[in-house]
Design a protein around this ligand. Structure first.
Ligand SMILES: [Zn+2]
Length: 383
């Protein structure tokens, strides 16, 4: 076996230089696959549509520990607004600037380096280490992690622990572990009326006037109280459109888009029922299209959260808090397998922004944290 590179930053530079704008992988998984193969992993590429997915596993026993992540990145926006080209991976002082540096090629580079170091000192580790990578996390997320998990479940594979290396830290590396995420339910509501002249309202039916009391009521609903792990469910209206652009026409229809971020205290069925009843009560002529984008998940504090917290304290002195905030993540596809799933990675202050960056020293510390987790979960106890 080749001696493992001890430098996560070298790998990070290599990955950021690949322009893997979702759903492109741009060769990132090839680089990683070659390294994993050298470390004794068996590789299975599982492409789906335009998406590149990699499942790699070392060992056949349990417990099965999975590192999960994505190699795709969001678009850069106008590259002229960046202080250095977004795929140049330029390092200024301690910061590596580049699209995907924090979300989440930094986490991926740290995982790979941690695995290589762990295997170098524990070639006969307990259980199995696996890696799940996709290039479809920032996009539709329909051909990525969900497809790989589906295939693995079909053949009866089981997982015990999974760490997703998403950027979860807020102010300093180690302050936040995510052990669950809220669900996301979107909707487009069309309220129909009848178009007419504003001077002849008796000949028209204004959908704006009809909808306003219902919308006001909708935004005031208390969906649930949340629970010890989740804040209460919220609804936000994101778009309202009606009108022809002139001032003397009553519009014929109104369209409203809204989204709920919901805790496991609410279900899709019960949210949809409450909203449908409300609209019925207001006697609106509506069309309602739902989009079930993500189901909530929770990993109750246990072995994995404890091991992660201990590893973080060891390398940073910080006691990480457990949190379920933020958007959605691929953890939602892995959690239903029964595995303990948590997310932990670098500071997320610049993700999806111009001049996205990550601290090189944080990536090195993150590598040591991941390595400690492997050691605690899969290391051979000395007799
Ligand atoms: Zn991400």
């Amino acid at each position: 076996m080749n001696s493992p590179s001890n430098d996560a930053i070298e790998l990070l530079v290599e990955l950021v230089r690949r322009e893997s704008v979702t759903p492109e992988d741009a060769g990132c998984q090839q680089i990683i696959g070659e390294r994993l193969a050298r470390a004794g992993f068996e590789l299975e590429y599982m492409p789906s549509g335009e998406v590149t997915n990699l499942w790699a596993r070392r060992g056949s026993g349990s417990p099965v520990f999975v590192f999960a992540g994505h190699t795709d990145v969001v678009p850069t926006g106008n590259p002229d607004h960046w202080s250095s080209p977004p795929f140049a991976a330029r390092i200024v002082e301690d910061h590596l600037i580049g699209r995907g540096a924090a979300d989440m090629k930094g986490g991926v580079a740290a995982m790979m380096t941690a695995i290589e170091r762990f295997i170098a000192c524990q070639p006969q580790h307990r259980g199995s280490i696996a890696v799940l990578l996709t290039s479809d996390e920032e996009g539709a997320a329909t051909h990525g992690t969900c497809k790989v998990i589906e295939r693995l479940q079909e053949r009866g594979e089981r997982f015990d622990y999974c760490i997703v290396g998403e950027p979860t830290s807020c102010n300093e590396l180690g302050d936040t572990i995510r052990h669950g995420r809220r669900g996301s339910l979107g909707a487009t509501l069309i309220v129909r009326g009848r178009q007419g002249h504003v001077a002849y309202p008796h000949l028209a039916d204004n959908p704006v006037h009809r909808a306003l009391p219902a919308l006001t009521e909708l935004t005031a609903i208390q969906w649930d109280q949340g629970d010890e792990h989740f804040p209460p469910t919220t609804l936000q209206i994101s778009n309202i459109n009606a009108g022809t652009g002139v001032t003397n026409v009553i519009p014929g229809q109104l369209s409203v888009e809204f989204n709920l971020r919901y805790s496991p205290q609410s279900t899709i069925q019960n949210i949809e029922k409450r909203i449908t009843e409300l609209l019925d009560r207001h006697r609106l002529d509506v069309e309602l299209i739902w989009k079930d984008s993500a189901r909530p998940f929770i990993t109750t504090p246990g072995t994995l959260t404890q091991v992660m917290q201990a590893a973080i304290v060891e390398h940073t002195g910080i006691t990480a808090s457990l949190d379920t905030g933020g958007g959605t993540s691929d953890g939602r596809f892995i959690a239903p397998t029964g595995a303990q799933v948590i997310e932990f990675g670098p500071i997320n202050a610049t993700i999806h922004q111009v001049d996205e960056c990550v601290s090189c020293s944080d990536i090195n510390t993150l590598t040591r944290i991941y390595e400690s987790v492997l050691l605690k979960l899969l290391g051979q106890q000395e007799e």
